[in-house]
Design a protein around this ligand. Structure first.
Ligand code: IPE
Ligand code: IPE
Ligand code: MG
Length: 226
């Protein structure tokens, strides 16, 4: 059975979920955000140590201002509401992405929850916000260049936003598209990929459990003959 340490999730399909119900896209995002902790709780039950959700990409700034604003508002509300979840469930809160582009208020809320939960040990929950894999790699290489003449794999990994996370074992994308959308390109080098048509707001703990069960049975080779 495969060991499963790190799951990454591309939460796609909020807009289509809302559209199908004649609701606003913002309503779709709200519903999408409301299921995140159900999935996190299930991950804890499954003894998974790291879960990383794609919340906002570097490309998502190109959406209409109204949608960007509603996503940022939602993120702020989420942080206000979920702060206690992390404490109660012994979950460490972490963020990847270039948060210097977010409002100071949001940055403060992020660092406050990160600080308060830094000793929590059940699971590390990471949100990718203003995250783009290419942006992350460029930032890492620029930092590494200042201190190292010759760069190797370990040095790059140490400068990535994910320096304190293991590589991804399983990547799940909801919403029907089979693409990566600039998510964790370096970290998914040997990940198993799971694509489901389920729109994110409809994603359930039972589907999540099924995907995990299937993952555990897959033979992973990492390039060798086993
Ligand atoms: C994913 O849902 C959430 C974010 C990108 C913030 P979408 O908003 O992309 O939903 P669809 O893909 O349009 O249905
Ligand atoms: C990926 O979804 C980003 C997030 C889930 C935050 P998108 O909806 O932005 O991806 P594309 O545009 O369909 O590739
Ligand atoms: Mg989408």
């Amino acid at each position: 059975m495969n060991k499963l340490s790190h799951i990454a999730i591309i939460m796609d399909g909020n807009g289509r979920w809302a559209q199908a119900k004649g609701k606003t896209r913002a309503t779709g995002h709200k519903k999408g955000a409301s299921i995140v902790q159900d999935i996190t709780k299930q991950a804890i039950k499954e003894n998974i140590k790291y879960i990383t959700y794609y919340a906002f990409s570097t490309e998502n700034w190109n959406r209409p201002k109204k949608e960007v604003d509603s996503l940022m508002n939602l993120f702020e509300k989420y942080l206000d509401k979920e702060g206690s979840f992390y404490i109660k469930n012994n979950v460490r809160f972490n963020v990847i992405g270039d948060i210097s582009k977010l409002s100071i208020k949001l940055q403060d809320k992020i660092s406050s929850i990160m600080q308060k939960t830094k000793a929590n040990t059940n699971l590390v929950q990471t949100l990718a916000v203003n995250y783009g894999s290419k942006d992350e790699i460029i930032r890492a290489v620029n930092k590494a260049n200042k201190e190292h003449k010759i760069i190797n794999e370990e040095i790059i990994a140490n400068y990535l936003d994910t320096h304190n996370l293991p590589d991804v074992d399983l990547l799940i994308r909801t919403g029907g598209y089979k693409r990566i959308s600039n998510y964790l390109l370096w970290q998914i080098a040997y990940a198993e990929l799971s694509f489901t048509k389920t729109l994110w707001p409809d994603f359930s703990t039972s589907e999540f459990k099924k995907i995990i069960k299937k993952f555990k049975k897959i033979k992973r080779n990492f390039g060798t003959l086993k």
